[in-house]
Design a protein around this ligand. Structure first.
Ligand SMILES: C[S@@+](CC[C@H](N)C(=O)[O-])C[C@H]1O[C@@H](n2cnc3c(N)ncnc32)[C@H](O)[C@@H]1O
Length: 223
């Protein structure tokens, strides 16, 4: 079902066309359908978020594609996936970074952690795993630094804890208050670019566990 990642040297980026092509190949090799609950699989062709239970969603394919293009994952990268949900993005990231990299997926809903663990395991890419979000912390400081961080849930402000988990030159892609941000860690501080309007489920601070299902942004991409 899953096609292994191509054998490429670490850091083998050749530009935008290469990134777009690699993301396209990842999405073909790691099909969304396997990550959906059975009852949702008939909707797999729809370009919209689909429910995975617990008020959460498997993300809209065009949104995932855009985020992965912005992230520019290279072979061998150390990657953090915040909001692993069904495990689809974790598996896509694993395909992109290849066996010389690693992916840590964190998820705060215990039943979804179980789902993500099972789905990612079934992909046969053991350099990726899904784990519980630790109470009182965002991301996975224990596994930091990361070359790339993907966040599929929306805070109202850019979380400094996640920026701090980036390696020098590392990139974070995150929807903040309705806008997709690409944040690059530079020596003199983070550089923030804006990349359009999206609405996601909330990024929950687990000291107040009140996850909702999120509201689609009128006219924009949504999760
Ligand atoms: C849009 S869904 C994720 C979709 C997922 N990437 C996929 O491919 O199925 C966002 C996820 O973020 C999770 N989440 C929200 N706040 C979180 C936090 N602080 N830490 C980890 N996961 C969180 C939610 O429980 C939800 O499963």
């Amino acid at each position: 079902m899953f096609t292994g990642p191509p054998d490429r040297p670490a850091g083998a980026h050749t530009g935008l066309v290469d990134t777009v092509e690699r993301v396209r190949a990842a999405m073909e090799a790691v099909p969304r359908e396997r990550f959906l609950p059975r009852a949702q699989r008939r909707h797999v062709g729809l370009d919209r978020p689909l429910p995975i239970g617990h008020g959460q969603t498997n993300s809209q394919p065009t949104t995932v594609r855009r985020m992965l293009e912005l992230l520019e994952v290279a072979d061998g990268d150390r990657v953090l996936d915040v909001g692993a949900g069904s495990g689809w993005t974790t598996a896509l990231l694993a395909w992109l970074c290849g066996p010389r990299g690693r992916v840590v997926g964190v998820e705060r809903v215990p039943a979804l952690v179980d789902l993500g663990v099972a789905n990612v395991r079934a992909c046969g890419m053991p350099w990726a795993h899904v784990t519980d979000a630790r109470p009182g912390q965002l991301g996975s400081p224990a596994h930091a630094p990361f070359d790339r961080i993907l966040v599929s849930a929306e805070p109202q402000d850019l979380p400094g804890e996640l920026v701090a988990q980036l390696a020098p030159g590392g990139v974070l892609v995150i929807p903040v208050a309705g806008t997709m941000l690409r944040v690059t860690a530079r020596d003199d501080g983070p550089v923030v670019e804006r990349h359009g309007h999206y609405r996601f489920v909330p990024l929950v601070r687990d000291d107040h566990r009140d996850a909702g299902s999120g509201t689609p942004a009128a006219g924009g991409g949504e999760e």
